[in-house]
Design a protein around this ligand. Structure first.
Ligand code: TNX
Length: 537
C-alpha cells in the first residue's frame, strides 16, 4: 500500500505541468487544439496592444488579473509583451470571433474587432486557475495557462440576458456586477426592462414626475413586496426580503418608500462599462400596456383621464409623450436596437374610448388589435427616422407588423410565433418561457432541459433560420427582491444558455458540458455569485 501511494505521488510530480492546467471553457469554443507545456504568468509580466482602440480592453484585462496575482502588469503600445492584444483585419474569425494562442513564452489574442478581443480575454480568464477571480491576493497559486490554440466564432450574434429592475430595483453597482458575469460568458446584449406598471426607473428630463413619483412606492401597497416578505418570513430566507436599504429608500411624509431609478449620468456610465466588456445595452420602454407608472403620474395619457393603464393611443398627446421619452432614450443608448414592449395590453379601455375609436375609423383599421399594430408601426417610423430599429414582444405580431421589426418570442405555448414571423420576413430573438424564464423555479431537470432542448424550432427552412438573431434569458423580478436571489435563480443555468447561443449545435454535448459546468460552479463561487445547488437525477 505504501509503495502504491509513493508511486502515485511520484507520478503526479512527474506529470507535465500542462496536464495540470486544463482547458475548461464555457461556452465551448469552436476549435481547441491543446499543445504541450504551459505559460506561467509572472510578477514581471506585461500587456501590449497594437491599436489604440484596444487600450480599454488592456486596462480591463489588467483590472481583472491584478487583485488575485498582485502583479502590476504594465500596459504598453506595441507587439512585445507576455500578453498581446492584436486587432487584425485579416483575422478570419468573423465580427465577434477571436484567436487565442498560448505558448510557453506568451499569450496572443487576435481578432478583427474590439469585441472579439474582449471575448478572447474571457477565454484567457477561464484558462487561468479559478482563483484568478478572487478579489484578494492569492500568493500560493501558480498562474498557469495551458499551451493551446483556440479559434472561436459565435453561432448567434444575440446572446442576451433581460433584467427587470422595475418589480424590484437593482443598484448601479449590482447591475455592473451582473454585466461583469455576462462578459465572462460572452453574452452580447443586456436587455434592460426599465419601465413597467410597478415603477419607472429611468430619469426623463422632460417628465420629471415619472421618477419623482413612480420611482418609489410604499411596499405595503405593492402585492409583490408583501408576497416576497411573506416568503422570506415563512421560509426563513433573507434573500427574499425586500431590502429597505438607504440606497433604495426615501421618506415621503412619514412613509419609508422603496425603489430607485437611474439618472442619465448613471446610464451613460453603465453604457460605457458595458461597452468595454463587449455588451450592448438594449433599453425597453414598455408601451402601450404595462404603463401604469406613467399613466398614474400623467393621467392625460389614459383613455378616460383617470390615470389607468394602458396608454391611450387615440390621443395625439400620448403619442407625443412616447416620442419625447424615446427621444431621450435614443440619445442615451448608442445602439441600433430599442425595445417597445407591446406585451399583454388590456385593450378593453380602447373599446370604450371615443379617441381610440375615432383613430380606428380614421386609420381604416379593423379593431383594437390592429390599432395596436398601427401604433407600433407609427412608433417604428419614428425609431427609424432616428436611426433605431424596433424590437417588441411577440404580441406585436397580432394585427400585423412591418417586416423590419424584430420579435421577441416569449409565449412558449404559442409555438407558431417563430414560424409566422420568419415566414413574414421578421427577425426573431428566442426567449420562450418554456426554456428561458429564469424567474421560473428550477427543478432537477431544468438545467438539462435547457441545455438539450430545441430552443430553435425544428420546422424552419434554411431561409427562415437566417432570421433567428439569437437567444436570451429573461429575469422578471416580481419574486426576486435582491441581487442574491437573482443570482440564485439565474446561476448556474445561464451558462447553459451561453453555450446554446455561442457554440454550434453539433458541438453541444451534455456529457461534455456538465463536468465543465461543475468547474465553473467553483469559479462563480469564487466570484461571490450565489447559485442554486446542482442536483443530478
Ligand atoms: C410575462 S414576458 C410578462 C412579464 C412578467 C412575466 C413573469 C412578458 C413580455 N410579460 O411582465 O413579469 O410574465 O414571468
Amino acid at each position: 500500500m505504501k509503495t502504491l501511494k509513493a508511486l502515485l505521488v511520484s507520478l503526479i510530480f512527474m506529470m507535465p505541468l500542462s496536464l495540470l492546467a486544463e482547458v475548461n471553457i464555457i461556452p465551448q469554443p469552436t476549435r481547441v487544439t491543446e499543445k504541450v507545456g504551459s505559460f506561467v504568468l509572472k510578477p514581471c509580466a506585461t500587456i501590449a496592444y497594437n491599436n489604440k482602440s484596444l487600450l480599454p480592453a488592456a486596462e480591463y484585462l489588467r483590472e481583472k488579473l491584478h487583485p488575485a496575482t498582485g502583479y502590476e502588469l504594465p500596459i504598453r503600445k506595441g507587439k512585445k509583451a507576455d500578453i498581446v492584444l492584436s486587432l487584425n483585419a485579416q483575422c478570419q474569425t468573423g465580427a465577434e470571433g477571436y484567436k487565442l494562442t498560448a505558448t510557453t513564452s506568451g499569450i496572443l489574442i487576435e481578432a478583427a474587432s474590439y469585441r472579439g478581443i474582449v471575448h478572447g480575454i474571457a477565454s484567457l480568464r477561464q484558462l487561468l486557475p479559478y482563483q484568478i477571480e478572487e478579489t484578494t491576493l492569492q500568493p500560493y497559486v501558480t498562474w498557469m495557462v495551458p499551451a493551446v490554440e483556440i479559434e472561436d466564432t459565435p453561432n448567434f450574434e444575440w446572446r442576451g440576458m433581460m433584467l427587470d429592475p422595475v418589480r424590484h430595483f437593482f443598484t448601479v453597482e449590482e447591475t455592473k456586477r451582473f454585466l461583469d458575469i455576462m462578459a465572462l460568458y460572452k453574452f452580447s446584449k443586456f436587455h434592460w426592462h426599465l419601465v413597467d406598471s410597478q415603477g419607472w426607473r429611468l430619469e426623463i428630463k422632460q417628465y420629471p414626475l415619472l421618477t419623482d413619483d413612480s420611482g418609489f412606492r410604499n411596499p405595503a401597497d405593492e402585492h409583490w413586496d408583501r408576497r416576497c416578505n411573506e416568503i422570506a418570513k415563512n421560509d426563513n430566507n433573507p434573500r427574499m426580503t425586500v431590502p429597505m436599504t438607504a440606497d433604495r429608500t426615501r421618506m415621503r411624509g412619514d412613509v419609508l418608500e422603496y425603489g430607485g431609478y437611474y439618472t442619465q449620468d448613471e446610464v451613460r456610465d453603465l453604457v460605457e462599462y458595458a461597452l468595454v466588456r463587449g455588451i450592448d445595452i438594449v433599453p425597453e420602454f414598455d408601451v402601450p400596456g404595462h404603463s401604469y407608472a406613467a399613466t398614474k403620474c400623467y393621467p392625460w395619457l389614459s383613455c378616460a383621464g383617470d390615470g389607468r393603464d394602458p396608454i391611450c393611443v387615440g390621443k395625439d398627446t400620448s403619442l407625443e409623450f412616447c416620442r419625447n421619452v424615446y427621444k431621450e432614450i435614443f440619445e442615451l443608448f448608442p445602439y441600433d436596437y430599442v425595445e417597445i414592449g407591446g406585451d399583454e395590453v388590456n385593450r378593453s379601455a380602447w373599446k370604450k374610448c371615443p379617441d381610440c375609436q375615432k383613430r380606428i375609423k380614421d386609420q381604416g383599421v379593423k379593431d383594437e388589435a390592429e390599432l395596436q399594430s398601427w401604433f407600433t408601426c407609427t412608433m417604428e417610423k419614428y425609431f427609424n427616422e432616428n436611426g433605431k430599429k424596433l424590437i417588441g414582444w411577440d404580441e406585436i405580431l397580432e394585427g400585423g407588423v412591418s417586416k423590419s421589426a424584430t420579435v421577441n418570442w416569449w409565449r412558449g405555448d404559442h409555438t407558431d410565433v417563430v414560424q409566422r414571423s420568419t415566414s413574414g420576413g421578421n427577425e426573431v430573438i428566442l426567449c420562450p418561457f418554456t426554456f428561458c424564464y429564469f424567474d421560473y423555479a428550477q427543478d432537477n431537470n431544468t438545467l438539462k432541459t435547457l441545455y438539450t432542448g430545441d430552443i430553435v424550432p425544428t420546422d424552419l427552412s434554411a431561409e427562415q433560420l437566417k432570421l433567428i438573431k439569437g437567444m436570451q434569458g429573461n429575469i422578471w423580478c416580481e419574486r426576486i427582491p435582491t441581487e442574491a436571489q437573482m443570482q440564485y435563480m439565474v446561476f448556474p443555468r445561464a451558462l447553459a444558455l451561453a453555450e446554446k447561443a455561442w457554440t454550434p449545435s453539433n458541438k453541444q454535448n451534455w456529457d461534455g458540458f456538465y463536468p465543465r459546468l461543475l468547474k465553473h460552479v467553483l469559479r462563480l463561487k469564487t466570484m461571490g455569485v450565489e447559485q442554486r445547488e446542482l442536483i443530478e437525477n
